[in-house]
Design a protein around this ligand. Sequence first.
Ligand code: FCB
Length: 429
Amino acid sequence: MNKDLEFPENFLWGAAQSAYQTEGHNYNNDWYKFEQIKGKIKNNDTCGAACDHYNRFDSDFELLSNLNQNAHRTGIEWSRIVPEENEVNHDEIEHYHKVFESLKKHNLTSFVTVHHFTIPLWFEKKGGFLKRKNLKHFEYYCDILAKNFPEVEYWNTINEPGVLPLMGYMSKDYPPGRSSFLAFLKVYNNILRAHGIAYHKIKEKNPKSQVGIVKNVPYFYQKFYGKFWKKRVVSFFDNVYNQIFFDLLNNGRVSLNPLIREKCLKGTSDFFGINYYDALYFKFKLGIPYGMDFMLPEDTRFTQMGWGIYPRGLYENIMRVKKEFNGPIYITENGIATLEDKERQSFILEHLLAVHRAIKEGADVRGFFYWSSMDNWEWAEGFEPRFGLIGIDYETQERQIRESAKMYGEIAKQNKISANLLEKFKLNA
Ligand code: FCB
């Protein structure tokens, strides 16, 4: 028999989005430029007006607040605040003040991302994050944010620090569309430093605001690796992608190779933001890894993105972060792209069960942000994937509240998953 599953007092229930994916009318960054090249984006979509959230943020937040959400993760678009080198656009600063006022008015605790994949065109021209000396420009941007937005309660420094280096400098899927392992390493290293810069700048001006990293912690599915050699290879990649991260935050150096030190990173996360979507496994040929895939146990369901649904990976992730990181944890992204809203409802419930289990086993998880508040621009996949609790008709900009949004709202209101709901979806805690 199921029982109601209560969440801790003051738990934050929200949804996440980023600036570029929702705002619309951003024409001054690397993504805008990238999208104009034929063949880069699915169906040759361009972001254009996106969800027109730039103009509709107030009514959008009202919808979320009516759905009983009490927190919201959004972002700032760097190319709006600093449109040219060393030039600040004060109208845009005013704009984001209004955005944060609106969050407050709707009782939504603010989580704000400093950097979520996009960079201004002028910064790209200078070589972007590939050049270490360019970090001073990122520092300038962080300084403006820190000085101007003391009202922000939680800052997320860099969204998924491994993703831009990987997708932009290895797999060619994101701008600048390059493929070079050396470039990947350089950009990865500089982005990690950028995280440290953002942390220190914000804390210096606003010691009370909480500042943390947001990291996708891919769960490398182990079942396929009986052989000693394969296990070693997988754990090497896990070290590079995940473990060095924890090491740098904890000690400012990497246990795998103590010669790699970044002292400025030690202690630079007041909380840990986990983004989780799926589990992965490595493909091997003649014992050599050559790619990754999402195929999991035989009955795995797949999302519109082709990602395999594996809620247990979220539980494993949280428990790992609990072990490696001494501080509060927020699930800063977890969601599904699907045309079947029932599937979204199951996905949410199954993943919340995983979070609940981790909490029961002592993990200090303080909030959950479904990705995403509304359908939006899914980078190289264009507008096809539907991640939203709220559906968007891109022709008319009409908002449609999905059943999953209402279900999630009910959970948020009661701060628990009721036994009835679990029965309805035939789930067991
Ligand atoms: C994450 C990104 C987010 C969104 C989701 C689906 O990796 O942070 O912007 O694209 O994936």
